[in-house]
Design a protein around this ligand. Structure first.
Ligand code: HXC
Ligand code: NAP
Length: 283
């Protein structure tokens, strides 16, 4: 998909970069030439992914940081800039989520997700954004949201509220920081198997099969597909894309369309229905 190393000379920060989709983006960015700082709470996840980056011949850095704490975020940004050079790319990927009936949520449960997803994204965007503005280097910020950021979703209320806020942040800052040559975009993934998401949202196989049936493409996403999209959006190839949210979900979110349930009927039954309503041919 890409020629050469389109991210060469760039320093990227990926939050939640030690596991799941964050790890996949980190490895792809490193292959494409970026110096990649990965950051999250658990050092053991970060170290394992850092070893993989190094094994690919890439340059990386593992920095422990809880994105809920602004002081830790500021310290993380300083460490990355000191060790890898000025930051041009930020991916806000860290998240928390779990399936729960909303009437069972405690205020602390709601807050635990919102403070990672919404406050954490603001903290990193603010600290890295100020760094980019001061360096007059421009930059690219990519926020990982979900397709329910605009639709809402039952049973993941804190995540739905927080991701909607991140989408609003994406569009607001794309306008405000355009003058600094900072582009702010988002990706809304449909289901991509990761241990973190699956253990909290897809706790049994039957649920997984039901989920697959709702996807027009008939399958879950592959990590490389998302990693390539992210690479494009943080590269100069997408220089005129700003304030956009790109959906990558095999068409899943469109399944609410009024007559889409007819796609499950056999072709003969559809032909029979179509014949019933077709006007007679004019002679
Ligand atoms: C109800 C729950 C709960 C659950 C935790 N809580 N899990 N309530 N159902 N399953 C409540 C706790 O009882 C507590 O409230 C409060 O939430 C905080 O819990 P802690 O365990 O102390 O929180 P913390 O250690 O900060 O961990 C945050 C976390 C955890 C979000 C709860 O799951 C986490 O660390 N997640 C990070 C990774 C992650 O979630 N990855 C999935 C992203 S996937 P009380 O009142 O008892 O104190 C994703 C995909 C979206 O976003 C789309 C898919 C298609
Ligand atoms: P994941 O592996 O659980 O990723 C979440 C990451 O966030 C972990 O690396 C975790 O690391 C980090 N994190 C959590 N709390 C943090 C905190 N307070 N400070 C710093 N880092 C923190 O799940 P994933 O599936 O790859 O999800 C990645 C992103 O994709 C998320 O934004 C998610 O909402 C989005 N997404 C995923 C799917 C999917 O199907 N997988 C679909 C739509 C959107 P530590 O535990 O080490 O802190």
């Amino acid at each position: 998909m890409f020629e050469g190393k389109p991210l060469a000379g760039q320093t990227a920060v990926i939050t939640g970069g030690g596991t799941g989709l964050g790890r996949s983006m980190a490895l792809r960015f490193a292959e494409l030439g970026a110096k990649v700082a990965i950051t999250s709470r658990k050092q053991e996840n970060l170290e394992a992914t850092l070893q993989e980056i190094t094994a690919l011949g890439g340059t990386g850095l593992a920095v422990g940081c809880d994105v809920r704490d602004y002081a830790q975020v500021e310290a993380m940004v300083k460490t990355v800039a000191d060790q890898l050079g000025p930051i041009q790319i930020l991916v806000n990927n860290a998240a928390g989520n779990f399936l729960a009936p909303s009437e069972m949520l405690s205020p602390n449960a709601f807050n635990s997700v919102v403070s990672i997803v919404l406050n954490g994204t603001f903290h990193c965007t603010s600290a890295v954004g100020k760094h980019m503005i001061a360096n007059e280097s421009g930059g690219r910020i990519l926020n990982i949201v979900t397709t329910y950021a605009w639709m809402g979703s039952a049973f993941v209320l804190p995540s739905a509220c927080a991701k909607a806020g991140v989408l609003a942040m994406t569009r607001s800052l794309a306008v405000e920081w355009g003058k600094y040559k900072i582009r702010v975009n988002a990706i809304a993934p449909g289901p991509f198997p990761t241990p973190g998401a699956w253990e909290r949202l897809m706790p049994d196989k039957a649920l997984e099969e039901e989920a697959k049936k709702r996807i027009p493409s008939g399958r879950f996403g592959e990590h490389i597909e998302l990693a390539n999209l992210a690479s494009y959006l943080v590269s100069n190839y997408s220089d005129y894309i700003n304030g956009e949210c790109v959906v990558i979900d095999g068409g899943e979110w469109l399944m609410g369309g009024e007559f889409n349930h007819l796609t499950t009927l056999p072709w003969e039954r559809l032909a029979e229905l179509a014949a019933k309503i077709r006007p007679p041919k004019k002679s």
